[in-house]
Design a protein around this ligand. Structure first.
Ligand code: FES
Length: 159
């Protein structure tokens, strides 16, 4: 049994939405998205500071547990950004990552977290503007959904 099943997800209705700053984790391939993020910085493109980038040698390196762990550790949204399809330096890493993202979306739905909090994007190292757009898109999307609170209690809290 996957340990994700033990999660208790609770909406935090009392949270002041005006104060909400989403935490977004971005798993970025070294060859494309990370380089695009770097280029965006060099070009002084503006994007939300809510994103924390994790550099990977290839998006094929990320697995379902790693994606779920990001949510468990407090991320409100997660995205995986890999090379364009057909341009992965490890042939099929981005295709595998896409399948894992789709699988984890199903797991998120099972534990009552909106699957839209997780997304996969493909871009090239020259697409700095697109990277900035992706960050803005994810930040807007997650801000509208609000925070997610995950407790690892074994029994549901009775209200
Ligand atoms: Fe970029 Fe595989 S090398 S996704």
């Amino acid at each position: 049994m996957l340990r994700q099943k033990r999660f208790l997800v609770k909406r935090v209705n009392w949270y002041k939405m005006d104060d909400f700053e989403p935490k977004i984790v971005a798993f970025c391939c070294n060859f494309c998205a990370f380089a695009a993020a770097d280029l965006a910085g060099a070009m002084r493109l503006q994007y939300s500071p809510n994103v924390r980038i994790i550099r990977l040698p290839c998006t094929g390196k990320i697995d379902a547990i790693g994606l779920m762990k990001a949510f468990e550790d407090g991320a409100d949204g997660v995205f995986v950004a890999g090379c364009l399809e057909g341009e992965c330096h490890y042939l099929e890493g981005n295709i595998r990552a896409k399948k894992r993202v789709e699988y984890v979306k199903k797991l998120l739905a099972e534990v009552e977290i909106e699957p839209e909090r997780l997304e996969m994007f493909n871009l090239s190292s020259a697409m700095a503007g697109r990277f900035a757009e992706i960050v803005e898109e994810m930040t807007d999307r997650v801000t509208k959904m609000g925070p997610v609170y995950i407790s690892r209690q074994k029994e549901p809290v009775k209200s």
